[in-house]
Design a protein around this ligand. Structure first.
Ligand SMILES: *[C@@H]1O[C@H](CO)[C@@H](O)[C@H](O)[C@H]1NC(C)=O
Length: 342
């Protein structure tokens, strides 16, 4: 498909929050509110920046353990291991990949084919769950695995079997966790239908207190259409001020049409509505210097602010030169609309 007008629309949607802030300081305007946490941390509102890890670090996951630094990010397999991780004290300067958080992906998983799109969630003060995608020899397709650790750097210990498979749909990939207001835990994922010419619905299901056992019937949230290039994937859900935002990528990851878009609902199980131009996609190639932006993970940090990481093609053209990690500091979410500036 051709999304020829998307870049124009997305640029129109960029809100110049810096100008609004400057306006608040002019005589006659109301005084500024007291400094918020993000101001104290020297952050501008809704800011896309990168590359933050300027080497291959695709499909990044993100967590702020116990609500205090360091931040941890995790990526799809690279030369640094099955699930490389990196850290940051300030969400601005990141380390290079430090090691492999998942040296053992489980006997069911063919780790040599790569571990995709890891996501880590904190379940209790000292327990973490990693969701990941691996090829299952027994199933002949991709399944979702879970591994646990008492520390965010791991090594995470895999469950002996996948937590979810869907062989007929084309496999399941891109799982990520979500904690709803009140503490209920969910898992969202993509059915990898494009691997066999089928649709790519994104599902949600409740998970148990252990953080990885699916305890209810999966519900479909959205699926692909022609304007998505017949692919929606990489779901990441976040709650903010009455709205559930389901971020996703559309089109093929290996093209400049890859993007970060989103759908919204006032209920965790939907129905979700894909947000339309000019409010979506959130990021397309060219926005803030990105190329093929996608694979975002968006997290609500203690209900104070929302941060995100995503990847962008290093060579500016496709994924073959690696995908660097970029970040969004203090993503602006309001009334079902997400906005960023550069
Ligand atoms: C990917 O981009 C590189 C240039 O950086 C180019 O040489 C190569 O042909 C591209 N690959 C595909 C499949 O388009």
């Amino acid at each position: 498909m051709m999304r020829t007008t998307s870049t124009t629309f997305a640029i129109t949607a960029l809100v110049c929050l810096a100008d609004l802030a400057a306006g608040a300081a002019t005589p006659g305007n109301t005084p500024r509110a007291p400094m918020r946490l993000r101001d104290m941390l020297n952050k501008r509102a809704g800011t896309v920046a990168g590359p933050k890890i300027n080497q291959d670090f695709p499909d990044p996951g993100l967590i702020l353990p116990n609500g205090s630094p360091p931040w941890y990010a995790y990526s799809t397999s690279t030369s640094h291991g099955h699930v490389p991780y990196a850290t940051s004290q300030d969400f601005n300067t990141w380390t290079a990949p430090l090691g492999d958080a998942l040296p053992n992906a489980g006997s069911w998983a063919e780790a040599s084919q790569g571990i995709w799109a890891p996501d880590v969630r904190q379940i209790t003060s000292n327990s973490y769950v990693m969701y990941y995608t691996a090829f299952s020899t027994a199933d002949g397709t991709h399944c979702i695995g879970a591994a646990t650790s008492s520390t965010p750097k791991g090594p995470f210990t895999p469950q002996s079997a996948p937590i979810h498979c869907d062989d007929s749909g084309g496999g399941v990939i891109d799982a990520s966790g979500f904690e709803a207001p009140g503490g209920a835990l969910y898992l969202v994922w993509k059915v990898d239908g494009n691997s066999k010419g089928q649709s790519t619905p994104i599902f949600i299901a409740p998970i148990g207190a252990n953080g990885y056992t699916i305890t209810g019937t999966p519900v479909q949230l959205i699926t692909d259409s022609s304007v998505d290039g017949n692919i929606v994937e990489a779901p990441s859900m976040v709650y903010w001020d009455g709205w559930y935002y389901l971020f996703f990528s559309s089109n093929s990851y290996n093209t400049l049409y890859y993007d970060v878009s989103y759908a919204v609902s006032t209920s965790v199980t939907g129905p979700f509505t894909k947000v339309q131009a000019p409010n979506a996609p959130l990021l397309v190639s060219g926005d803030c210097g990105t190329a093929g932006p996608g694979g975002a993970t968006v997290i609500n940090v203690l209900n104070n602010y929302v941060n995100a990481v995503f990847h962008s093609d290093i060579n500016g053209e496709n994924a073959s030169g690696g995908r660097a990690m970029w970040s969004i500091t203090d993503l602006t979410l309001s009334g079902g609309v997400a906005t960023v500036n550069c």
